[in-house]
Design a protein around this ligand. Structure first.
Ligand SMILES: [Mg+2]
Length: 423
């Protein structure tokens, strides 16, 4: 039974979104295996989406196109049509708004809906309403949605990823009372926000199921995290613990995309005026190390770095405030420092320095696997850059480059070469 104060939240996910949109636009493809690939002309291109028929051949998202062609030589390969996917995503969001005004876009193919107030109005159960919405989206957009239902966003999300996607009717309810019996037995890598790296850490800590994390007293989990990640990991420990317990007070907020902080920054007034480049470099490196460590502890990478500098004279300070996009997202101190140093020396007027600051912006989840990265770059907040990339290069070069570089952890100065390779 639903408690009176309890909310009813959906996380709705579009099945094989890009591939479904391609099929909806090209009716002749209905019964054929279809994939969308970042660069269809190259066997090294990455599969961005595969329809269920393609998946039945063993094809999966983030696979190389060459591998997919081996599994299914007849697979239809489409290039991405991002504008079309955005249009369909917005149209689906509009359909959801017919059922509740509390719709939050989470990614291009996922939305949160708070339907607490809608159930009375439509005089039905939460699963009946989900089924109604599902039918409406299928009929008008030709896209199948799966709906996870829960009293919090984090439970709705985990209901979708772990259960609704596997349920034949595409709907699953994960109530507070089900958490222990249904969610806790799952292996820890099935928990939202836990990627391969975090899985290894949890396993090393002896926590192999979601229940192990949930049942570790929070203060103890913080201690274990501190021992592994340093003292700034308390927040991360608490996020993991709350996720495992399904605790999440955050409301469904129309128009927002994620919960990441906008920036991480540190600045300092110097103990005395620094007059030489060498002195300033040292303090810039310290500041960079501080913000990067902070970002690593919180599990973020950064795409832009901002440097602030105030110089003498005191009565009419000079200086600058400049930011730049880094070649690719990182939280590596030396890679960030390279950009920090370049910004500083390009802009410094040579006057004695009294105050400096370094801020990381464009933060992203570090725990992105290649798959998550694709979803992430297609989030609406990044659509402009995605579209530009596609316009410029006709094939998601930016996406492929970012992911392969992040995966391989190649040095910053090799970026040009990799970029060249994919041109
Ligand atoms: Mg999806």
């Amino acid at each position: 039974m639903r408690e009176k104060s309890e909310r009813t939240i959906y996380l709705s996910d579009c099945q094989s979104f890009y591939a479904s949109v391609e099929k909806a636009t090209h009716p002749g493809l209905d019964n054929l295996p279809v994939v969308v690939a970042g660069d269809p002309a190259r066997r090294s291109g990455i599969i961005l989406a595969a329809c269920p028929i393609a998946k039945s051949f063993g094809i999966s998202t983030a696979q190389r196109l060459g591998e997919a062609l081996q599994l299914c030589p007849d697979v239809i390969v489409m290039r991405p049509h991002m504008q079309r996917y955005i249009d369909v995503s917005l149209a689906i969001t509009d359909i959801y708004k017919e059922y509740t005004d509390l719709v939050e876009v989470f990614s291009i193919d996922e939305q949160f809906l708070d339907v607490t107030g809608s159930l009375n109005h439509f005089r039905c159960t939460s699963e009946e309403l989900a089924s109604m919405i599902q039918k409406k989206v299928a009929a008008s957009m030709n896209v199948r949605i799966r709906v996870g239902i829960g009293p919090t966003k984090i439970l709705a999300k985990q209901a979708t990823d772990n259960f609704a996607k596997k349920n034949p009717n595409g709907i699953f309810t994960l109530g507070k009372e089900d958490v222990e019996r249904v969610l806790w037995p799952l292996s820890v890598d099935k928990m939202y926000g836990v990627g391969s790296r975090m899985t290894r850490h949890f396993v090393a800590l002896g926590m192999t199921t979601i229940g192990h994390v949930a049942q570790t007293p929070l203060h103890l989990l913080k201690q274990k995290f501190r021992a592994r990640f340093g003292k700034q990991s308390d927040i991360q420990a608490e996020v993991m613990w709350r996720t495992a317990n399904g605790l999440d007070d955050s409301p469904v907020t129309p128009g927002t995309f994620n919960v990441a902080p906008k920036s991480i920054g540190h600045g300092m007034t110097l103990p005395r005026d620094y007059t030489t480049a060498e002195e300033v470099d040292i303090v810039l490196l310290e500041l960079t190390e501080e913000v990067c460590r902070d970002a690593r502890a919180k599990g973020y990478t950064s795409g832009t770095v901002h440097v602030f500098c105030m110089c003498s004279p005191y009565d009419a300070p000079t200086g600058f405030s400049q930011q730049r996009k880094m070649p690719f997202a990182t939280n590596n101190t030396l890679k960030v420092f390279k950009s920090v140093r370049e910004i500083f020396h390009r802009n410094w007027n040579g006057h004695p320095v009294r105050k400096v600051g370094v801020t990381l912006g464009s933060l992203d989840d570090e725990e992105v696997t290649q798959l998550d990265l694709f979803e992430d770059v297609t989030k609406l907040r990044k659509l402009d850059s995605v579209l530009d990339g596609i316009k410029d290069r006709f094939g998601n070069t930016a996406i492929i480059r970012a992911s392969s570089l992040m995966k391989a952890g190649l040095a910053a100065d090799r970026a040009g070469k990799i970029g060249g390779h994919y041109k």
